[in-house]
Structure formats: structure tokens, C-alpha cells
Design a protein around this ligand. Structure first.
Ligand SMILES: CCCC(=O)SCCNC(=O)CCNC(=O)[C@H](O)C(C)(C)COP(=O)(O)OP(=O)(O)OC[C@H]1O[C@@H](n2cnc3c(N)ncnc32)[C@H](O)[C@@H]1OP(=O)(O)O
Ligand SMILES: Nc1ncnc2c1ncn2[C@@H]1O[C@H](COP(=O)(O)OP(=O)(O)OP(=O)(O)O)[C@@H](O)[C@H]1O
Ligand SMILES: O=C(O)CCC(=O)C(=O)O
Ligand SMILES: [Fe+2]
Ligand SMILES: [Mg+2]
Length: 339
């Protein structure tokens, strides 16, 4: 086993077994700045920017693996507030503009009273002041800036309420790269923050990552051929091999993983009776620019997103993908430049 793999394994094992202690390569919000550890010949960094937040070890870990877990970053109080607001949205006590409330495909056509038990995800909560607070938390943005730089936009927001699997395995999220969904670049200035809202492990469907895959390119995505069905827009990489060496990220409430948009990741079934909750935001530097995805592997998701948006807004004309993203994006720090 090479050192990198051993390191990843150690993080996961130690992170799971020895909760109060901070394993060497698991980042801690209070751990020291890179500058204090700087050695004589600084390595070249591609995926992280010079900053006083990440230790050299944390920085190297992200460069090598494409993700970094920061333990205990978001407070219990904040998580409770997000839970309360999610509940209010599910019960239709509030209906913020733009929000998408999604049911699991296994129950999509059934008629149930509105409650958190029928909602698998809310998305695009940029107009919901209470949930959008997550995207503006200074403790989160402090880390985001290490990847995006100072001009930061929140581009995509989600609260995922992974339901108990009905037996059809539809609670799985196929392995994918988030960049498939994004018509902006460069990819290295985009990062996802994903915070566990409770203890999450393999039983309730934790995140699964393929370390180091952020160094590859964007792969073609499509719907996996799953007997029990697949949720709308849950595309997966087409050449997924079940034997790929996966790392399951066991996380505690408040732990936050930052990951690169090319990192291949997904999540397994929720085999418990509860709903597994996580809140996330994709950030990008506002220096990024929109690209045309015409004629690329992203054309399939462009077509689906345009179709849904046109239907939802009741438009009778075409709409440009970049305008959908311009409309969603919100500046959370610095100034809005290109996006
Ligand atoms: C980095 C990003 C990574 C990502 O994963 S981004 C993924 C992007 N996902 C999205 O943008 C959200 C996709 N979901 C949606 O837009 C909506 O939930 C969706 C699917 C349009 C349904 O919303 P509504 O139209 O409000 O719901 P509805 O009950 O009227 O259903 C309309 C038709 O859609 C079907 N449907 C609902 N939920 C579904 C699901 N989970 N999977 C597959 N199909 C689903 C539903 O059965 C109905 O079909 P029909 O028209 O009756 O044949
Ligand atoms: N054809 C596929 N394309 C893309 N991703 C897939 C495909 N089949 C399975 N996956 C993903 O691979 C992971 C493992 O799949 P599996 O069916 O073993 O799920 P599980 O047993 O519920 O979860 P786990 O093994 O992670 O505990 C899941 O994240 C799943 O979404
Ligand atoms: O929370 C999960 O299960 C994974 C979500 C995810 O990767 C996504 O929506 O892009
Ligand atoms: Fe994802
Ligand atoms: Mg499995």
C-alpha cells in the first residue's frame, strides 16, 4: 500500500474511532497556518492558494487527494436552525422564491402530506435567508477562500435529506464529478463545502470518494442502468468500475468536507430508518468565466436543466445555460466579476 492510500485510510479509521483527538491529517479549525510549517523548498501548488489558514500538511493533503475534512466546523446551534428551516419548507410554511423541493423517485408519484418524510432534497435556497446563512458562515468562508481566492460566489446550494431506502436502491447517489453540472471554469477555483448535520457513516449513506481523481479530466456522465430507477438529474460516470478503491467518509455532526469539482464521489443507500441530512454549497471565484458546453459531454445535462427551467418558469423561448447560473449565483465575499 503506498503512503497516500495509507494516509487516507488512517484518516478515515482514526477519524471514526478516536473522535475527541484530532488525527494528524484531519484538519482542525484551530490548527496552525502553513507559514509556520513552511520548509526550505516550497512545493508547487495547483489546487490551493497561498494563505494563512491551511497547515502545510492540510494543503498537501488536498493537493494529493482532492478533499479535506475539517472536524467540528459548524456549530450545533446553526445546524439546529437549518433543520428547523428545512422543516418549515417541507411543511410549506415558507416558500422561498426559486427553491426546488425534490422527492425520491421511488415515491415521486405518491400523494403524501407535506413533511420532511417526503422530501429528499431542497435545492437553490439562495433566497431563503435562514438556510443561506450556511453559505455565508465566516468559519466556512475562511476555508473556501483557500481554494477560490477572495472574490467568492455561492453558485449552488442543497440540503440533502437522504431517505431510508425503500428496497429499490434509489437512495444511492451514483459516482459523479460535480463539474459535469457547471458551465464555468477554471475548475481549480471551484470548491464544494458539504457539512454533516448528524453522524454519518456507511449505514446511513455517507459520502464515498475516489481520492486523487481530481487530477483527471471531466468524464462523460449519464443515467446509470439501475433496475429500481434513478432520480432525475442523478447522472453518474459511465465507466464506473465497482472495484475502484473507494474511501467512505465517516463524519460527525458539524464536520465539513471541502472537495474539488473533479473529485469522483457519490453515496450509498441509507439502510437506517432515519433521514440522513447534509447541507452543501458550491462556491466559485467570481473571476471564473462561463463556457459554452455545446458539443461537449455536458450537453446532456444542459438540455435537461434548460427543459426543467423552461417548464418551471413557463417560458415560451429558449434560455441560455449561463443565464440560469447568473440568476442563481450570489456574492458572499469580495466583488462580483465575471460570473
Ligand atoms: C453539483 C450538483 C449535483 C447535483 O446533483 S445537481 C442535480 C440537479 N438537480 C436538480 O436540478 C433538481 C432536479 N429536480 C427537479 O428539478 C424536480 O424535483 C423535478 C424532478 C423536476 C420534479 O419537480 P416537480 O415538477 O415540482 O414535481 P412533480 O411532482 O410535479 O413531478 C413532475 C414529474 O417529474 C417526476 N419526478 C418527480 N420527482 C422525480 C425524481 N426524483 N426523479 C425522477 N422523476 C421525478 C414526476 O413523477 C412527474 O412525472 P410525470 O410528469 O408525472 O411523468
Ligand atoms: N453504475 C454505477 N454508476 C455510478 N455509480 C454507481 C454505479 N453503481 C453503483 N454506484 C455507486 O457506487 C457506490 C456503491 O454502490 P453500492 O450499490 O455498493 O451501494 P451501497 O452498498 O448502498 O453503498 P456502500 O457500498 O457505499 O456502502 C454508491 O455510491 C453508488 O451510488
Ligand atoms: O449528499 C450526498 O449524498 C451527495 C450529494 C452530491 O454529491 C451532489 O448532490 O452532488
Ligand atoms: Fe456531487
Ligand atoms: Mg455496497
Amino acid at each position: 500500500m503506498d503512503l497516500k492510500r495509507a494516509g487516507v485510510r488512517m484518516q478515515v479509521v482514526l477519524g471514526h474511532l478516536s473522535r475527541p483527538s484530532v488525527p494528524a491529517i484531519v484538519a482542525h479549525p484551530l490548527s496552525g497556518p502553513a507559514s509556520s510549517l513552511a520548509c526550505s523548498s516550497p512545493p508547487q501548488f495547483q489546487y490551493t492558494l497561498d494563505n494563512d489558514v491551511l497547515s502545510l500538511e492540510q494543503r498537501k493533503f488536498y493537493e494529493e487527494n482532492g478533499f479535506l475534512v475539517i472536524k467540528n466546523l459548524v456549530s450545533d446551534d446553526d445546524i439546529q436552525r437549518f433543520r428547523n428551516e428545512f422543516d418549515r419548507i417541507c411543511r410549506k410554511e415558507v416558500n422561498p422564491p426559486g427553491i426546488v423541493v425534490m422527492r425520491d423517485v421511488a415515491i415521486a408519484k405518491m400523494d403524501y402530506a407535506p413533511s420532511e418524510k417526503v422530501v429528499m432534497k431542497v435545492q437553490d435556497f439562495q433566497e431563503d435567508e435562514e438556510l443561506f446563512r450556511y453559505c455565508t458562515l465566516p468559519e466556512v468562508l475562511k476555508y473556501v477562500e483557500c481554494f477560490t481566492g477572495p472574490n467568492i460566489m455561492a453558485m449552488h446550494t442543497m440540503l440533502i435529506n437522504k431517505p431510508s431506502d425503500t428496497g429499490k436502491k434509489t437512495s444511492r447517489h451514483p459516482m459523479h464529478q460535480d463539474l459535469h453540472y457547471f458551465p464555468f471554469r477554471p475548475s481549480d477555483r471551484i470548491v464544494c463545502a458539504w457539512t454533516a448535520m448528524e453522524h454519518i457513516d456507511r449505514k446511513n449513506g455517507c459520502l464515498v470518494v475516489l481520492p486523487g481523481t481530481h487530477k483527471g479530466t471531466l468524464k462523460p456522465h449519464g443515467y446509470p442502468k439501475w433496475e429500481g430507477g434513478v432520480n432525475k438529474m442523478y447522472h453518474g460516470i459511465q465507466d464506473y468500475k465497482p472495484d475502484s478503491s473507494r474511501v467512505h467518509l465517516v463524519m460527525e455532526k458539524g464536520d465539513t468536507v471541502f472537495f474539488h469539482p473533479l473529485l469522483i464521489h457519490g453515496s450509498g443507500r441509507n439502510k437506517t430508518q432515519g433521514f440522513r441530512k447534509a447541507i452543501s454549497c458550491h462556491y466559485a471565484s467570481s473571476d471564473c468565466h462561463y463556457i459554452s458546453v455545446d458539443g461537449t459531454s455536458q450537453e446532456n445535462i444542459q438540455d435537461e436543466l434548460k427543459e426543467i427551467t423552461i417548464r418551471r418558469l413557463g417560458l415560451d423561448c429558449n434560455i441560455e445555460l449561463k443565464d440560469i447560473w447568473r440568476f442563481r449565483g450570489r456574492t458572499v465575499k469580495g466583488e462580483r466579476i465575471n460570473l
